[in-house]
Design a protein around this ligand. Structure first.
Ligand SMILES: [Ca+2]
Ligand SMILES: [Ca+2]
Ligand SMILES: [Ca+2]
Ligand SMILES: [Ca+2]
Length: 621
């Protein structure tokens, strides 16, 4: 269908094709209707290129056109060739090279495709000054016309008539499909129908011819026979004003697009020449331009721009799909601290053009990227994503982020467990620390008591609850209060002297010597707890001159008393009995003390002298 002989297109105006199709095929009518209905603002779609001479690279792309299938053809002034791409920028083929031979270029500056897929390239530079025709495979066919002076542009109408714009010649030359010259119009100047070195030309479905009158900063419209119809534009940078506009094209609806080269932008006008929209700015970003020299509209609602200074092609859409914001799936996230990191994902949002994203919670803006990591405190957050399209329109969507705290703290004991505490001392609880992923670290609460004065095993229980009320499993510590200190036997200072040495027994009890027993950990200890562990004498049991007695020491039953003979060796230094006392606390700690009972040698001799134990009787041990 698209190759039907009767289907023609003008190179810088693709609407011509679809107008013809509109009247001939129902199937295509449907496509046309969709495209027309959704025509709104220009939005960036994609781009390709970059400086170079490789396939898909450019050196000064000066002219661009499309064929009925949407293929894109780019002529390079610097690269001296033509490259063909599909509608999405996938490289197809190339032809041409630098030179003056057939099929070669000096400075290609205009391009058009006819209904048969033949490609016309105008070359503005002396000595070439010619328009070359190639078949769809890029094979040189013929020259169109002769005598051109700096031909800057070329266009083909529905009937395959060829219009050559002589930039230096300040005129339009029209040829029939076979290349026969039909007519010329125009001259240099700024009056209606005159030109100031025009650079671009297009033909609409009705055969009207549009010229980008570059030097006069305006667009002029002519009939197919060159009669002046109308004009719009003047020098400037405001809406509807131009700075050296070099390219013009017309879409299916008759809208006119102008490559406003010096202003680094594209401007759109309705079919009556009224300003509709300005798109783009100077720069290298998406939707920005650097001296764009040409543009073309396809039949699918796209406009392709030769972004000459950036050596690339930018594809713009004239159709806008509604913006649909998608803030992503609601999330429930376990708290991980004072704030918890959550990634918001708005990449499922759709809409044409360049989308911008704004995440807000209440009146607070959280960020402006498609995906965003945010830090949120515990609780329920309703976050709104607002998506806006560079082509206009916006939408919002909410996502609920629940930061929850469901995990209990974990308690860790500080200090040893079990823990040993000496009786009589103070117990200082080293405590326990609760660690919670959400609430952080804090002291656990102990319960239970330790009586440091009572040996035994005690248990301290530690509990903790996080800020969300999750209780930690309790942890316990065993505290062993131990008594390792011996009791103290307090003597009353008594140290009796026996006289006379009559060999009789004298009985002494514990209480004769011991005033008290103290053990702060074992207060039940008293005199009754004290026993005589042993008694010694510093003289032999049966020593010389003691009356030949034995059993000088007799410890009573239960070791609470002792009988001592009042006697001493003759001719010695007096007898010393030493009584050893012993008391044992409940923990087995043993306290000892001793006291002496003496028998002097004589009443005049002074105190008995202790020469060490020579005779021992054991008591209770
Ligand atoms: Ca927790
Ligand atoms: Ca003790
Ligand atoms: Ca004796
Ligand atoms: Ca002695």
């Amino acid at each position: 269908m698209l190759h039907s002989r009767n289907i023609r297109r003008s190179p810088r105006s693709t609407l011509t094709l679809m107008r013809r199709l509109f009247s001939r095929t129902t199937a295509v009518i449907a496509i046309v209707c969709v495209a027309v209905i959704s025509v709104t603002a220009l939005t960036f779609v994609t781009k390709w290129g970059g400086f170079g001479d490789g396939n898909g690279q450019f050196s000064g792309p000066t002219a661009i056109t499309v064929d009925p299938s949407g293929n894109v053809y780019v002529a390079e002034g610097g690269g001296q060739r033509v490259q063909k791409f599909d509608n999405n920028g996938v490289w197809q083929l190339k032809f041409g090279s630098g030179g003056s031979g057939n099929g070669q270029f000096i400075t290609a500056n205009g391009i058009a495709v006819d209904s048969g897929g033949n490609i016309y390239v105008s070359d503005l530079n002396d000595p070439t000054n010619r328009v070359s025709k190639f078949n769809s495979a890029g094979v040189f066919q013929s020259f169109i016309g002769s005598g051109h002076i700096g031909p800057t542009g070329v266009a083909v109408d529905l009937a395959d008539n060829i219009y050559v714009l002589d930039g230096q010649g300040q005129r339009v030359r029209k040829y029939d499909p076979a290349g026969a010259h039909l007519l010329d119009w125009g001259s240099g100047g700024s009056a209606d129908g005159q030109f100031g070195t025009p650079q671009g030309i297009a033909v609409d479905a009705s055969g009207n011819v549009y010229v980008a009158d570059t030097g006069n900063n305006r667009i002029q419209k002519f009939s197919s026979t060159g009669a002046f119809s109308s004009k719009f534009g003047t020098f400037g940078s405001g809406n509807g004003e131009f700075s050296s506009p070099q390219g013009v094209t017309v879409d299916l609806s008759g809208n006119i697009y102008v490559a406003d080269t010096g202003n680094n932008r594209i401007q759109k006008f309705n079919s009556a020449g009224a300003f509709v929209e300005a798109f783009g700015s100077a720069g290298s970003g998406d939707g920005q331009f650097s001296g764009p020299q040409d543009l073309t509209a396809d039949t699918f609602g796209n406009v392709f721009v030769a972004d000459s200074g950036q050596d690339r092609v930018q594809k713009l859409s004239t159709t806008t799909t509604p913006v649909v914001a998608n803030a992503g799936t609601d999330q429930t996230v376990e708290c991980s601290g004072a704030t918890t990191s959550v990634t918001l994902d708005g990449t499922a949002s759709t809409g044409s053009g360049t989308l911008t994203y704004t995440w807000t919670e209440g009146t607070t803006t959280l960020g402006t990227s498609a995906t965003l990591m945010v830090s949120l405190p515990t609780g329920t957050h309703t976050i709104t994503l607002t998506v806006s399209s560079s082509g206009g329109g916006s939408d919002t969507d909410d996502v609920i982020i629940n930061i929850v705290d469901t995990e209990a703290p974990i308690i860790t004991l500080n200090g040893p467990n079990p823990m040993k505490v000496e009786c009589h001392t103070s117990f200082i609880d080293p405590g326990a620390t609760a660690n919670d992923q959400c609430s952080g670290s804090f002291a656990a609460t102990p319960s239970g008591t330790v009586n440091v004065n009572v040996p035994g095993t005690y248990t301290i229980i530690y509990n903790a609850t996080d800020l969300s009320g999750n209780p930690a499993p309790p942890v316990s510590r065993t505290v062993n209060v131990v008594d390792t200190t011996a009791p103290v036997i307090n003597l009353n200072g008594s140290s009796p002297t026996l006289w006379s040495p009559n060999h009789n027994y004298v009985t002494f009890s514990v209480s004769d010597f011991v005033a008290s027993v103290t053990d702060s950990c074992n207060t039940s200890l008293g005199l009754s707890s004290v026993v005589i562990s042993k008694v010694t004498s510093d003289e032999l049991e049966n020593s010389d001159g003691d009356g030949n007695t034995v059993n000088d020491i007799v410890i009573g039953a239960g070791c609470k008393s002792v009988q001592l003979r009042a006697e001493r060796a003759g001719g010695a230094d007096g007898r010393v009995y030493t009584i050893y006392f012993q008391v044992t606390d409940a923990s087995g700690n043993v306290g000892t003390a001793s006291a002496t009972v003496t028998v002097p040698q004589s009443q005049e001799s002074g105190p008995a002298i202790d020469s060490g134990p020579h005779y021992t009787v054991n008591g209770c041990q």
